[in-house]
Design a protein around this ligand. Structure first.
Ligand code: PRP
Ligand code: URA
Length: 217
């Protein structure tokens, strides 16, 4: 199959790994229940974070091993912020925190209107020093891209400059929207699905991520 044009964009990262494929297969399965769904979302978020943090700046630290002093390198946890898009983004936060426990967490509240499919904003609270942090915006689903694009715009208005978006399942439409609206943002996805359906759901997708995470349907 021919590769879609966005694979040539250096800001686009399709994170491909056998463990991700395996976990996604169970995540998508309609028989997977809330508890396992949440565990898998956390685990895939962790694997995406590993890739999305490859370029984090390191600082030298002096460490005394049982044998001698040596210079090692550490990432400052203070450098990173996690911003879940409510509500489904909450399901990815613990996965990022497992790798970056000191990262501060902000929240953006957006939901898609069921008729217009347009995002509606209802909340935004970011770390006070968001403008100096690398912000990892997390949301399991990138469908039309409207929610994530608006969320990033809200974050930029509050001064943030270094933003990375991590999504579990994406549609080509959403990928194009983010790369077009926010060419300065790196996008990390675990899956690129075929298309959106008439209700702007990702096909084959996994259904409604928020409902599956929180058992609300
Ligand atoms: C879902 C998902 C994204 C959005 C993706 O949230 O978590 O935020 O839809 O769709 P888009 O790319 O077309 O904007 P939803 O609106 O269902 O809200 P919820 O997380 O509160 O369930
Ligand atoms: N939101 C979801 O939860 N799933 C989709 O497929 C699209 C938007």
């Amino acid at each position: 199959m021919e590769k879609l044009e966005f694979y040539n964009n250096p800001r686009f990262h399709h994170v491909q790994h056998p463990l991700i494929e395996h976990k996604l297969a169970i995540l998508r399965d309609e028989n997977t229940k809330t508890k396992q769904f949440a565990e898998l979302a956390e685990e895939i978020a962790m694997l995406l974070t590993y890739e999305a943090t490859k370029d984090l700046p390191l600082e030298d630290v002096l460490v005394k091993t049982p044998l001698e002093e040596t210079t090692c390198h550490m990432v400052s946890g203070r450098a990173v912020g996690i911003v879940p898009i409510l509500r489904a983004g909450l399901g990815m936060v613990s996965g990022v925190q497992k790798l970056i426990p000191n990262a501060k967490v902000g929240h953006i509240g957006l939901y898609r209107d069921e008729t217009t499919h347009q995002p509606v904003e209802y909340y935004c609270k970011l770390p006070a020093d968001a403008e100096s942090r690398i912000l990892l915006v997390v949301d399991p689903m990138l469908a039309t891209g409207g929610s994530a694009s608006d969320a990033i715009t809200m974050i930029k208005k509050r001064g943030a400059k270094q933003i990375k978006l991590c999504c579990l399942v994406s549609a080509p439409e959403g990928i194009r929207r983010i790369l077009n609206d926010h060419p300065d943002v790196d996008l990390y996805v675990a899956a690129v699905d075929r298309q959106l359906n008439e209700n702007c759901y990702i096909m084959p997708g996994l259904g409604d991520a928020g409902d599956r995470l929180f058992g609300t349907k």
